[in-house]
Design a binder for this molecule. Structure first.
Ligand code: KIV
Length: 291
């Protein structure tokens, strides 16, 4: 439904403060669900307005991941990420995008205690960001929470396999599902969460056969990261794939050289400042007469 004000046309289906430029239409959760087994879903992380603007045209989903704890805030892991951080960055990404569905991670400690706790925090997250959905990490123990939220208007993306918020239990970020028992338990988690109503499922850091089995067995689209090309979509941390960091984990493919570009540009700038080449006439306002 669209309503027209005097000066701007608002696409209320996107329920955002910013006007949506026609003919752009933000992808909805039901549209994403329908992509199961179809054209692969493209998802990348975004934490800021400018990155959202740059990624949005090519992405089906933008994930405001709690990986921002490490990427933006320099934290050792995601455990210390707060609701305030997720709200601030989630709102920025929504403001910077028109096309992709924006999904925001629920931070550690904001949803595990009970479905009621999860609803309170998830509804706040959607209210204050304008995002379409939230993502939570964990297994079948969270199936009742997924059902509770979904039935009350909050679309949930689940996240199984390597779940970084559990770092203090896991002890590291190694690949999951090496034992038959663990492999079975990850598949069972995925099925339970999908049956509870999750509209999508991130599968992170598992042996490939596990991701393939889950993708075949669940009704919702699977989004792989270190999982399988047979998933219904893929996600990466944008700064990883753009080459911002020196270390490239095995599951990341570098599509850019961001750190080299930044270092080279800063080196040139520093040289030019030190040698008084910058600013030149082009960047100066000159005198009253010349302006
Ligand atoms: O926090 C994050 O960025 C994520 C993705 C890596 C899936 O959860």
């Amino acid at each position: 439904m669209s309503t027209t004000s005097k000066t701007l046309t608002f696409d209320t289906s996107t329920s955002r403060a910013n006007p949506t430029p026609k003919p752009m239409k933000r992808l909805s959760v039901p549209k994403i669900r329908q992509r199961k087994g179809g054209e692969p879903l493209v998802m990348l992380t975004a934490y800021t307005v400018r990155m959202a603007q740059l990624l949005d045209p090519e992405c089906d989903m933008l994930l405001v991941g709690d990986s921002l704890g490490q990427v933006i805030y320099g934290l050792p892991h995601t455990v210390a990420v707060t609701m305030e951080m997720m709200i601030a960055h989630g709102a920025a990404v929504v403001r910077g995008s028109y096309h992709a569905a924006v999904i925001v991670d629920m931070p550690f400690g904001s949803y595990e205690a009970s479905p009621q706790q999860a609803f309170e925090n998830a509804s706040n997250l959607l209210k204050h960001t304008g995002a379409a959905a939230i993502k939570i990490e964990g297994g079948k123990v969270l199936a009742p929470t997924v059902e509770f939220l979904t039935k009350r208007g909050i679309p949930v993306m689940a996240h199984v396999g390597l779940t970084p918020q559990a770092i203090n239990i896991l002890g590291g970020y190694g690949v999951r599902g090496k034992s038959d028992e663990e492999a079975r338990s990850i598949v069972d988690d995925a099925i339970a969460l999908s049956e509870a109503g999750a509209f999508g499922l991130v599968i992170e850091g598992v042996l490939e056969p596990i991701a393939i089995e889950i993708t075949e067995k669940v009704a919702c689209p699977t989004i792989g990261i270190g999982a399988s090309a047979q998933c219904d979509g893929q996600v990466l941390v944008s700064e990883d794939m753009l080459g911002l960091f020196d270390r490239t984990p095995k599951f990341v493919k570098r599509y850019g050289m961001m750190s080299e570009n930044v270092q080279e540009s800063v080196r040139k700038y520093a040289d030019e400042v030190r040698s008084r080449i910058f600013p030149s006439r082009d960047q100066l306002y000159g005198s009253v007469e010349s302006e």
